[in-house]
Ligand binder design. Structure first.
Ligand code: ZN
Length: 369
C-alpha cells in the first residue's frame, strides 16, 4: 500500500483575522485574549507534526503540489466571484459571503489549498499512489460556486474532481463527507448531476444553521444522487459506524464509483468547539477502514481524503493520524492519550437504539433497506 500526504506551509499562513470562535469582533463581541478564532493553523499543522513525529512518517510519502490555476477554478466558479475574491484579497482581505473571512493573499493561499486536493486526486488516478490525503486549509465543502461560506473560500473537492474529469476522463465520483457540518457547497455544485454522488453525514441542524437535508435528493439528472444523513447531536462511535455500514457503504455499492473522495472534516470529535458529537480517533480509523474496503471492492482502491474542518487543536491530530494508519495499513507508535476518556463518553444502549431506529427510517427513505 502506498500513501501520499499533501500539505503546504502556506496554507497555515491563511488568516481569518481576529475572531471570537467564528464571530467577527465588534460591538458585543469582545476581542479574544491571546489565541484567535476557531479556524487556527494549529488545528491542521499539528496533524502534520504528529504524523512526522511518529513512525508513520516512514510509511507515507510527502510529495510537493502546485497551486490550482485559474483554468481549474473556472471549471467550478464563475469568473465574477474569482475576480471579486482576488480584488479583495489584493486589497487586504475581507469577507464576501457568510463567515468566510480572509486576509491579504487569501486568494493565492486558497489556490494552494485547492491545489493540494487536485494533486492528491491526480496522484491516485495516475497510479503513483494507492491513496492520498490532502491537508487543505482553507477548507472547501461549504463554498458555493458563487459565494464563500463557513471558512470555505474555494470548492476544493469539486475543483479536484473537475480537473480529474478533464485530465483522466473519470466518469463516476463519489464524495463521502464526514465533516460534522453539512457539505452544502459540494451538494449545491452537483445537485443536478448524476456523475458525482454526494453523501453528507452531519450533525442535524448544526451548520448551515437549522439544516437537516434528508429530503434533498438532487434534481433533474441528479435526482437520487444526493444523500444527506443527519444525525442527532450526541451521536458517537457506534451510531456513526452503523450509519456507514447501513447507508453509506450500500449507497456506494449501488453507485459503483471510479473514485471515492472523503471530505475529511475531523470536527465530529468529542471535544470540538463547533459541534456536539462524540467520535474519537478509533472512530476515524474504523470509518476510514470501511472506505478503504469499499474502494478496494468498487474502484481499485482509489481513495482520496481531502481535509475540511476540525477545530479542537489538541485532539484533531490523533484523529488525523488514525486515518493515515488505516490508509497505510500500518498501526503507528502514536498513543491517543484521550481515547479511554472519550470511549467512556459514548451514549448508552437506549440512546444508540433510538439512533438506529432513525437510521432504519433513512435507509427505507433512500431505498437501501
Ligand atoms: Zn465542519
Amino acid at each position: 500500500m502506498s500513501t501520499a500526504f499533501f500539505s503546504d506551509e502556506l496554507t497555515f499562513w491563511h488568516s481569518t483575522g481576529v475572531q471570537a470562535l467564528f464571530l467577527p469582533i465588534g460591538r458585543w463581541v469582545q476581542p479574544p485574549a491571546g489565541s484567535v478564532g476557531a479556524d487556527t493553523p494549529e488545528s491542521k499543522r499539528r496533524i502534520l507534526n504528529l504524523l512526522k513525529a511518529s513512525d508513520l512518517a516512514t510509511k507515507v510519502a510527502f510529495p510537493s503540489s502546485s497551486p490550482a490555476i485559474m483554468e481549474d477554478l473556472l471549471r467550478v466558479h464563475p469568473r465574477r466571484y474569482l475576480d471579486a475574491f482576488k480584488t479583495a484579497s489584493d486589497a487586504g482581505g475581507g469577507d464576501l459571503g457568510d463567515l468566510a473571512p480572509f486576509s491579504q493573499g487569501g486568494f493565492e493561499i486558497a489556490q494552494v489549498s485547492a491545489g493540494l486536493a487536485k494533486s492528491a486526486t491526480r496522484a491516485v488516478l495516475n497510479g503513483e499512489f494507492d491513496n492520498a490525503y490532502a491537508l487543505c486549509r482553507p477548507a472547501g465543502h461549504h463554498c458555493l460556486a458563487d459565494r464563500p461560506m463557513g471558512f470555505c473560500l474555494l470548492a476544493n473537492i469539486p475543483i479536484a474532481i473537475e480537473a480529474a474529469k478533464a485530465e483522466f476522463g473519470v466518469e463516476r465520483v463519489a464524495v463521502v463527507d464526514w465533516d460534522v457540518h453539512h457539505g452544502n457547497g459540494t451538494q449545491s455544485i452537483y445537485y443536478d448531476r448524476s456523475d458525482v454522488l454526494t453523501i453528507s453525514v452531519h450533525q442535524d441542524r448544526c451548520f448551515p444553521p437549522g439544516y437537516s437535508g434528508a429530503e434533498d435528493r438532487g434534481e433533474g439528472k441528479g435526482t437520487g444522487y444526493n444523500l444527506n444523513i443527519p444525525l442527532p447531536a450526541g451521536s458517537g462511535h457506534e451510531t456513526y459506524l452503523h450509519a456507514f455500514r447501513k447507508i453509506v457503504v450500500p449507497a456506494l455499492e449501488k453507485y459503483s464509483p471510479d473514485l471515492i473522495i472523503v471530505a475529511s472534516g475531523l470536527d465530529a470529535n468529542a471535544v470540538d468547539p463547533l459541534a456536539r458529537m462524540l467520535l474519537h480517533s478509533a472512530s476515524y480509523r474504523e470509518l476510514t477502514a470501511l472506505m478503504m474496503d469499499a474502494a478496494a471492492r468498487l474502484c481499485g482502491g482509489r481513495l482520496v481524503a481531502v481535509h475540511e474542518g476540525g477545530y479542537a487543536e489538541a485532539y484533531v491530530p490523533y484523529c488525523g493520524v488514525a486515518i493515515l494508519e488505516a490508509m497505510t495499513g500500518h498501526r503507528s507508535n502514536v498513543i491517543d492519550p484521550e481515547l479511554d476518556f472519550f470511549s467512556a463518553w459514548q451514549p448508552d444502549d437506549r440512546m444508540i437504539a433510538f439512533h438506529k431506529e432513525l437510521l432504519a427510517e433513512l435507509q427505507q427513505h433512500f431505498g437501501l433497506a
